[in-house]
Every structure is written in C-alpha cells, then in structure tokens.
Design a protein around this ligand. Structure first.
Ligand code: ADP
Length: 446
C-alpha cells in the first residue's frame, strides 16, 4: 500500500488518525484526520519518513523503545507520543500500533488519538505534584528555621539563666558588703564618739594642768619672796657682825661668818632664779622689743664676764658684723647671754676658748643665728635634750664642783621664745658645746 493510494473514505475521516509506515520508516499511508490534526497537506508527507512527524524527544523514544518493541512483540498499545504539527506545535497523542507483513514487506499501522484532556490533567497533576513538592520543601525549610530558632532560644534561655544566677550572686555579695560597711560605719561612729569624749577629757585635763601650773608658779613666786626677806636680813646681820659692830670678832668667827655669807649668797641666787623662772612660767614677763645691733648687746656684757675669763685664762673672741640687727628686749637678751657665757666659762677648763659669732645670713627674711661656742667638757648626746628642762644638771664630776641651780637654760629658752626666737644646743662630750640663739631679724641699718 502506497501513501498515494486513497484510503477507504470512512477510514480517511475516521474519528482517529491513521498512519502506515514501512520498516525503513517511510510513510506509506496517512488519513485525512491525521493531516488535519497536524495541519499538513498530503503533499507534505509524500516520501517523508515517520520521524518527521515526531518532536525531537519522541523521535529518540521511537528509535530506542517504540520501534524495537514493535519488532519484538509486533504491537504496542497506548504509547504516548508528541507529534509535530506544521507550525512546530506539539500535539500529544496515544498510539496503538501493529506490525505485520503485507505483500512481502513489513508494515506498521498506527491509530492515533489526540489526548487534549489527558494532557491537561497530566499538566495539572504535574503542577499539583510540583506545588506539593514546593510546599514540602518550604515546610522543611520552615521546620529547619524553626529548629534553628528553637536552638537559639534555648541557648539564650541558658545564657539568661546564667546571667540571672550571676546577678543574684552579685546582689548577695553587694548586700553582704553593704552590711559590712554599715557595721564599719557604726564602729567608726562609736570610735568617733569615744575620741570626742577623750578629747573633751584631755581638754579638761589640760585646763586643770594649766591651772595647777599657774598655782605652782604663783606659790613659787610668793614663797621666794617670803624667803628672800629673811635671807637678806641674815646677810645684813652677818655683815654687821663682820664689821665688829657687836664687838670684836675672832679669826675663827670671821671664817665661820664668811661661810655663812657664801651660803647666804648662794641661797639668795637660787631663790632669785626660782623667782625669775616662776615669773617667766606664769607668763608675767613683759617684753619691750626693739631693733638692736647684736654686737652692742654682746659687747655690753663683756665687762661683767671679763674677771671670770681672766681667772680661768680663757680666750674670748667676738665675730659679729655691726650691721647684724635683731628685734629683742635688750635687758632679757643681756640676761640670756650672761647665762650662756657664764655656763661656757663654768664648763670650759683653763686655756680653752669661747667664741661668740653670727652665721652669715643670706636673706633679709631669715632669722639671725647667734652662736656661743666653747671648747669645754661638752654634754653627752643622751642628755642634750634635757639641759633645757628646769632643775636639770648633767652629772659630771665637773658639774658638782660648779655651782648652779639647773634653771639658767630653762629661763633663757623661755625668755628667747618669749621674744619670738629659740634656743638650741649642739655638743659632743669632751669636744665643747655650741648654744644657738635664733632671733627675729631686724631691718639692717647698713
Ligand atoms: P646651771 O648652770 O645652773 O646648772 P643651767 O640650766 O644653766 O643650770 O645648765 C644646766 C646644765 O647643763 C648644767 O648643769 C650643765 O650640766 C649643762 N651645761 C650648760 N651649759 C653647758 C656648757 N656650755 N658646757 C657643758 N655643759 C653645760
């Protein structure tokens, strides 16, 4: 059967496509229904091969499955193929085919049913499946996201718990510290109260002590006065006896009178010094301060000490510039210097040296420093600070020989301090002593 051969009229417009082709693929017959289905004319299929009616995918399927199946089984049913229309459109169709020998050659006859509806259903099915897949995938994604979020939440919850525990511990520690602080504050308050009480007590004690001191000084002053009057009387009567007013005096009596007179003088000096000290201590000394050249004060007392200097063969040097001026009470200053120089003479063995000098001052605002230096017996280091205390005498063999009361330095320092200065000492046992007077400087008259 050739394709040019007209088909039976009922087959030509049967409600299904019809196609015959030989084993080499050449189309043998096509009915009108198939030509209409594929929008072809009969001329289009003259000598054409069956593959030209198929899409590329169906062509491969035809060669690898469809035709081998026909050769093996002689038939194929409900095979789905995509046909190619003239305008390259795809026509889905189900094919039933039978391969049989006819007039000595192998011919395959196919009935072709277009499957518009089934295609639609399949498309819908495919789309539904795809959507289901998409939905499943997105559900999975969401599940994964939820799991991640969950894990994160759990981590955060853990962290929160940790920080909460830490802050609880911290607040416990803080409250403990606060408690401790309040205990300490209480303790401090108590100590403060105690201190206030103590300082009040101390203040009371100071007032009592000051009163006692004043009473003591007043007592000493009046007692000294009471003692001085009879002592002066004793001195007077001794002199009268010595002069022979009450009759002749034997040598032994004169000797005894001299001893009485010496003791009387010593006692009087002692009482005078006690009186002096009591006056200074009681603050009953008035100062009359003037700018005075230091050299004048020192030279003014020279006549008073010269006999003693000569008696002990002591070298006496004064090295003070005339311009050196201090603000002092002249009389008190003389008393202090006399005291210091008497000590220097008293505690320096014969042929020694006594020097009175000022340190070269380098500024008008610096105090005057007046040094009374001797080459005498010196003072042991451990007693140096005590020599200014009242009634202190350093116990050397020499001191016992030298007469004194132990009040001179105490009075001198009080007087110098009363003038706004100070008195200190430097000494080395056996190497001499230096007493240093610090005095308020006066404007130099240079
Ligand atoms: P007094 O001279 O009447 O004993 P002071 O108060 O003047 O009393 O002196 C106290 C003591 O200081 C003296 O007894 C003496 O031991 C010591 N002293 C004072 N001046 C000197 C000095 N220049 N050298 C050595 N010792 C001294």
């Amino acid at each position: 059967m050739k394709h040019g051969v007209p088909l039976d009229a009922s087959l030509d417009d049967a409600p299904a496509g019809f196609l015959s082709f030989s084993d080499d693929g050449t189309i043998q017959a096509v009915n009108g229904t198939l030509l209409t289905m594929l929008n072809l004319t009969r001329a289009d299929v003259v000598d054409a091969r069956v593959e030209t009616l198929l899409t590329v995918g169906s062509r491969i399927f035809y060669q690898t499955h469809f035709f081998p199946m026909l050769r093996l089984h002689g038939r194929a049913e409900e095979i789905f193929l995509l046909l190619r229309s003239k305008d390259n459109g795809e026509i889905a169709a189900l094919v039933n085919a039978v391969r049989r020998e006819r007039h000595g050659s192998w011919i395959t006859d196919c009935v072709i049913m277009q499957v518009r509806e089934r295609q639609k259903f399949e498309d819908a099915l495919l789309r539904a499946k795809q959507q289901a897949d998409d939905a499943r995938r997105s559900a999975e994604l969401q599940r994964a996201a939820v799991e991640t979020a969950n894990a994160q939440l759990e981590r955060q919850a853990l962290e929160l718990e940790l920080t909460q525990r830490q802050s609880e511990e911290l607040s416990e520690e803080l409250s403990a510290q606060t408690e401790e602080l309040s205990v300490q504050a209480e303790e401090l308050g108590r100590i403060n109260d105690e201190l206030m009480l103590r300082s009040e007590e101390l203040e009371q004690q100071r007032v009592v002590a000051e009163e006692a001191n004043r009473a003591k000084s007043t007592f000493l002053a009046s007692m000294s006065h009471e003692l001085r009057t009879p002592l002066n009387a004793i001195g007077g009567y001794v002199q009268l006896l010595d002069m022979g007013i009450h009759g002749a005096v034997t040598d032994a009596q004169r000797d005894a009178l001299a001893k009485i007179a010496r003791s009387q003088r010593h006692l009087l000096r002692l009482i005078n010094e006690v009186l002096n000290f009591a006056r200074v201590e009681a603050g009953r000394v008035e100062y009359s301060i003037h700018a005075v050249p230091i050299l004048d004060v020192v030279e003014g007392i020279r006549p008073m000490i010269e006999p003693q200097l000569a008696a002990r063969r002591l070298l006496y040097e004064v090295d003070i510039p005339r311009s050196e001026m201090a603000c002092v009470d002249l009389e008190k200053m003389e008393q202090v210097l006399l005291n210091l120089l008497s000590n220097a003479i008293k505690f320096t063995p014969p042929d020694g040296r006594i020097t009175v000098s000022t340190e070269p001052g380098d500024g008008a605002d610096r105090p005057v420093r007046l040094l009374i230096r001797d080459t005498g017996i010196g003072i042991p280091a451990d007693r140096l600070s005590q020599v200014f205390d009242p009634f202190v005498q350093v116990d050397t063999g020499h001191t016992r020989n030298a007469q004194g009361t132990g009040l001179g330095l105490a009075i001198s320092r009080d007087l110098v301090r009363g003038m706004g200065g100070d008195l200190t000492a430097e000494s080395r046992l056996g190497a001499g002593s230096t007493f240093i007077l610090t005095l308020p400087r006066a404007e130099s008259a240079r």
